[in-house]
Design a binder for this molecule. Structure first.
Ligand code: SF4
Length: 352
C-alpha cells in the first residue's frame, strides 16, 4: 500500500461509523428524556403547526420570555493555540457575527444586561434569559464561571441562562455548578455547537472535537437537568443528504431538547472564504436549503423543539455568500407552507 493511501486508511479508521454512534447514543440516552412531551407536541400539531416550534411550545407554558445576548469576553481553545490557532473554517474573528448593539465588549457585562433588561421590560416582557453568546462561553475556570453566572442570575427578572459553547469545554465540575442552579429552579440551557455528527465533516471544519464528544456532552448535561439546544449547519462541504439524515437520527436518539438549524454562511477573512473564491465550496441556493431543512425536519423526532431554521442576522459588510435573504420568519413560513402542502410534518419519516 502506498504511504498516502495508508495515512488515509488510518485516518478514516479514527472516524466513528454511523452504526457505532447509533449504538453509543442509544446507550447514553437510556435514562434521559426529551423536555417536550408528546402530548404537548400533539397540541401544537392540532393548532396547525407542522413544526414543533419552541416559541409555540413555551407560550403555552410561561409568560413571554426574551434572551439577552451578552459578550463576556471569552476566547476559544480552537483559536488561542490550545487546540489550534486557526479556528473552525467558517469562524469570523469575533467568534460569531453579532448585530445586537448592546452585546458588545465596549460595555461592561452589567451595562449589557441592564441596557437590554430595561429596553425589553418597557415592552412588557417580564422573564429573561442571559445568553452568553460569542465564542466559547465555558472556557474558563469553574470558579470564574460561577462568579459570572451568579451575577447574571442575581437580577430578579432573569429566570435562566443560555450558554453557547463547544462539546469539549463542558467538564463535569462546570456542569455540577450549573446543576445547582437547576435545583434552585432556574432554566439552564447549553447552546451547543454540534454542526454535524459526521466525524469526517467535523475534521474538515477543523472543529478539533468529534461526534462522540458531542454525544457525551449532551448526555452529561441532560442527566443534570441542563437542557441542550444544538446548533446544526445544513450544506456543509462534502456532506450528502444521507449523512445529514444520519445526524438527524442521532440527535433524536440522544434526545436533544432543541435545535437551531441554519445554512453555512461564508464570512470574510475565514478559511471558508478562501475555499469559496477557489471554487472548493459553493453556497446552497435558497431552494436547495429549504429542501434540506424539510428533509432534516421530517427525519427528526417530533419531540425536538425547533428554536429557528435560519441564521441570526449577519452584517452585510462581512457576509460574502449566500446572497439570498436569511430572514428567519420568511424561511420558517416557506418551510411550514411546503410541509403543509405535502401533508407532511416534523417527524413524519422519523422511525427509529
Ligand atoms: S468553536 Fe466556535 S468560537 Fe471556536 S473557532 Fe469554532 S466557531 Fe469559532
Amino acid at each position: 500500500m502506498e504511504k498516502d493511501e495508508k495515512n488515509m486508511d488510518n485516518k478514516s479508521r479514527e472516524f466513528a461509523s454511523y452504526e457505532e454512534l447509533k449504538c453509543k447514543a442509544s446507550n447514553l440516552a437510556k435514562n434521559i428524556d426529551f423536555t417536550a412531551k408528546m402530548g404537548d407536541i400533539n397540541i401544537i400539531r392540532k393548532k396547525g403547526f407542522p413544526i414543533s416550534q419552541y416559541g409555540v411550545y413555551t407560550k403555552s407554558k410561561s409568560p413571554k420570555t426574551f434572551k439577552i445576548p451578552v459578550d463576556a469576553g471569552f476566547s476559544c481553545p480552537n483559536k488561542d493555540g490550545t487546540l489550534d490557532d486557526k479556528g473552525c473554517i467558517y469562524c469570523p474573528k469575533m467568534g460569531r457575527p453579532i448585530s445586537v448593539e448592546y452585546c458588545n465588549r465596549k460595555y461592561s457585562l452589567k451595562e449589557q444586561i441592564e441596557f437590554q433588561l430595561n429596553e425589553h421590560s418597557r415592552k412588557g416582557i417580564t422573564n429573561f434569559y442571559v445568553y452568553f453568546y460569542p465564542a466559547t462561553n465555558t472556557y474558563d475556570t469553574p470558579e470564574n464561571l460561577k462568579k459570572l453566572w451568579d451575577f447574571a442570575l442575581s437580577y430578579n427578572t432573569v429566570i435562566g441562562l443560555s450558554i453557547g459553547t463547544r462539546p469539549d469545554c463542558l467538564e463535569v465540575e462546570k456542569l455540577d455548578i450549573l446543576e445547582t442552579y437547576v435545583k434552585q429552579g432556574y432554566d439552564i440551557w447549553i447552546d451547543l455547537g454540534v454542526q454535524s455528527l459526521q466525524d469526517k465533516t467535523l475534521d474538515l471544519l477543523n472543529r478539533k472535537h468529534n461526534a462522540t464528544d458531542t454525544l457525551n456532552a449532551i448526555k452529561n448535561c441532560k442527566e443534570r437537568g441542563i437542557k441542550v439546544c444544538g446548533h446544526i449547519i445544513l450544506g456543509l462541504p462534502g456532506e450528502t443528504k444521507k449523512e445529514m439524515r444520519e445526524t438527524a437520527e442521532l440527535l433524536s436518539l440522544i434526545k436533544i431538547d432543541a435545535l437551531k438549524i441554519y445554512p453555512l454562511v461564508v464570512i470574510e477573512n475565514t478559511k471558508l472564504e478562501e475555499m469559496y473564491w477557489n471554487a472548493e465550496y459553493k453556497s446552497l441556493d435558497k431552494i436547495q436549503y429549504v429542501g434540506l431543512v424539510i428533509d432534516f425536519l421530517e427525519n427528526i423526532s417530533p419531540q425536538i423543539l425547533i428554536q429557528r431554521i435560519s441564521k441570526d442576522k449577519v452584517p452585510n459588510e462581512i457576509k460574502i455568500s449566500p446572497e439570498w435573504d436569511l430572514g428567519r420568519l420568511k424561511i420558517l413560513n416557506e418551510v411550514s407552507n411546503n410541509l403543509k402542502s405535502r401533508k407532511s410534518f416534523q417527524g413524519s419519516k422519523f422511525n427509529i
